[in-house]
Design a protein around this ligand. Sequence first.
Ligand code: FES
Ligand code: FES
Length: 161
Amino acid sequence: MAKKVPVQFTLNGEERAEFVESGATLLKALRERHGDTSPKGGCHQGTCGACSVMVDGDLVLSCLTLAETCEGRDVSTAAGLSQDGVMHPLQRAFLDGFAAQCGFCTPGMLMAAKALLDENPNPSREDVVEAISGNICRCTGYEPIIQAVLSAARANSHVAA
Ligand code: FES
Ligand code: FES
C-alpha cells in the first residue's frame, strides 16, 4: 500500500490539508481528495493541457506534478476564477464568444489564458496562439478561443484605463 504523506497548501485561496498517497499526481489529489473536478484528465501524460492549473502563479500540468511537491504552495484552478458568483472576464468572453463546445478543454484553456494575461495583459494574436499551443481542443477549431482571449484582454484594458 502506498505511503500517505500530509500536504498543506492553498487551493483558490483556501487553506487545505490532506493526506495524499506518495507519488499521487496533483490532478488526482485535486479531483479525488479536494473535490475540485475543474482540472480534467485527458491524456494523463502531459500532451493535452486539459489538466492545467497554476502553482505559485506558474502554469503547470497537474498530471505531471506530484501532489506532495505542492506543500506550502499556492494552487489555483479554473474553479477559482469566478468571484462571488461573478464570472472572470475570460469565462465571460468564452461564454459570449462560443469558445466552448463540449467544454472538456475549457478549464485548461482558461488557465493557460490566465497565465498569459497575468504576464502580458495586451497580448498579440501570436502571443495567444503560443500560450494555448499546449492545449488540445477537439471541438472549436481554436479560432473562437483565440478571439475570446483577445476579447478578455481588451475588456480588461478598458476596465484598467
Ligand atoms: S491530462 Fe495532463 S496534459 Fe493531458
Ligand atoms: S470544447 Fe471540446 S475539446 Fe475543446
